[in-house]
Write a protein that binds this ligand. Structure first.
Ligand code: DX5
Ligand code: ZN
Length: 236
């Protein structure tokens, strides 16, 4: 369903960081089958770039072999990353997202990703200036604004992220490029309205889906309906 030809329907990316890994295949299959999401977001943490250790390509491979058909978005919080980038490309993931850091251009990594038919995104930590977005505008397919400090699920949304989303939205719109804007961290049913109102394209949601109840599809459905309602209000 497209609400308005000029506004893309906002997607929900399911962050599996807070999911129960013991029943992951079954739970993700149900969420994908519901048709309410088409993106699974993987937080790849190496206990070095961020102080937490999660999972790697093996988990993606297992989910693919289990039969999960969705767009896999790989949020890399690792250093070094090049070997992992190649492994994820090999698995056929849809998108790889890399953190912007002071003094690092990322141009080589972004080129490797795109030359291999994968989408490339850049990620901004809450304190990182958005200045480099203009420089990298021709090298990327998406921008992800972190609304928490990366490393853990279940943190509170940083309010200043609303201003940063609006700033990123305006840089993207002025560029005229087909670049998607996402937001990651602390999204819940209470702050959803003001986040959707920034014109964001992808909402990465983890603990608000996996920690609330055992019926993940039901809660995802509540998010979907509310997002559609808020987006509809934006155009009316
Ligand atoms: C934080 C991760 C997020 C996190 C979002 O480093 O990048 O993707 O899983 O989870 P919630 O929705 O719990 O903030
Ligand atoms: Zn993430």
């Amino acid at each position: 369903m497209i609400i308005n030809p000029f506004i893309k329907r906002c997607s929900i990316a399911i962050s599996i960081l807070s999911a129960n890994l013991a029943s992951l295949g079954k739970d993700i299959a149900k969420l994908v089958r519901s048709g309410l999401t088409d993106i699974i977001h993987f937080d790849i943490m190496d206990n070095h770039y961020v102080p937490n250790l999660t999972f790697g390509p093996i988990l993606c491979k297992s989910l693919i072999e289990y039969g999960i058909q969705s767009n896999f978005h790989i949020h890399l919080m690792t250093d070094p990353s090049e070997r992992l980038i190649r492994e994820f490309i090999e698995l056929g993931v849809h998108q790889i997202l890399l953190h912007v850091e002071e003094g690092i251009t990322l141009k080589k990594e972004l080129r490797i990703i795109r030359e291999n038919g994968c989408k490339a995104g850049i990620v901004f930590n809450p304190k990182m200036s958005l200045e480099i977005l203009t420089t990298l505008i021709n090298e990327i397919d998406s921008v992800l604004i972190m609304s928490v400090n990366p490393g853990f699920g279940g943190q509170s949304f940083i309010e200043n992220s609303i201003k940063r989303l609006l700033e990123a939205r305006s840089i993207i719109d002025r560029s005229g490029k087909d670049i998607l804007l996402g937001v990651d961290g602390g999204i819940n049913l209470k702050n959803l309205k003001k986040i959707v109102e920034t014109g964001v394209d992808i909402l990465v949601i983890g603990s608000a889906i996996f920690n609330r109840s055992r019926n993940y599809v039901e809660i995802l459905n509540v998010f979907r309906k509310k997002i559609d309602f808020y987006q509809k209000k934006l155009v009316n």
